[in-house]
Design a binder for this molecule. Structure first.
Ligand code: MHO
Length: 186
């Protein structure tokens, strides 16, 4: 069934700048943003994170990509047998709904893994805090011609963070242009 409803998934695999770009470029991912999650401190900020971890969050179209597909990419993009000591950069996979929890369990079983047997944390998402504006679309922000174009179009920081086209350009700015390469070759 076709619908315009998006779903949301949240993961941490180290400094959030790179994965926001990588996953934002993927076909079926509509929006991407970065933030802090996994801890208990209220109102974390980049320089006072407390026990939170840098995470990226994607909004995706379940008709074109599934949470399971995203899990596969997340597990290809980090080593689940390792964990970083610093909480800020830990590998963590969140399930936000019962359906995501079921998909996650199925995925781990299919890989011959268990939540307890891997370094990656496997958790229920309780709360996601948005990171500061200057961390959102970090790679895109380093390309002044892109930023000039968004400014000319009247985008403010919230618009840029939530923009589907900015999610793609952020990926291309970081060299994640797989979707473009595929289109050009067909
Ligand atoms: N060592 C990196 C980390 C940034 S990431 C947002 C840097 O400061 O360039 O944690």
């Amino acid at each position: 069934m076709d619908s315009n409803e998006t779903a949301t998934a949240t993961f941490g695999i180290g400094c959030f700048w790179g994965p926001e770009a990588q996953f934002g470029a993927i076909d079926g991912v509509v929006r991407a943003r970065v933030g802090y999650a996994g801890g208990t401190k209220r109102g974390p900020e980049y320089h006072s994170l407390g026990d939170h971890t840098e995470v990226f969050q994607v909004e995706f179209d379940p008709d074109s990509i599934t949470y399971r597909d995203l899990l596969e990419l997340v597990f290809e993009s980090h080593n689940p047998q390792q964990q970083t000591r610093k909480t800020q950069y830990q590998n963590v996979v969140f399930a936000a709904t019962a359906a995501q929890q079921a998909a996650l369990n199925e995925f781990l079983t299919a890989q011959g893994l268990t939540a307890d047997g891997i370094g990656t944390r496997v958790e229920q998402l309780s709360r996601f805090y948005l990171a500061e504006d200057y961390h959102q679309k970090y790679k895109l922000r380093s390309v002044s011609s892109y930023m000039d174009a968004f400014e000319a179009a009247g985008y403010d920081d919230d618009d840029l963070r939530e923009s589907p086209i900015a999610a793609k350009l952020n990926g291309y700015a970081a060299g994640y242009d797989v979707a473009v390469a595929e289109e050009l070759s067909t």
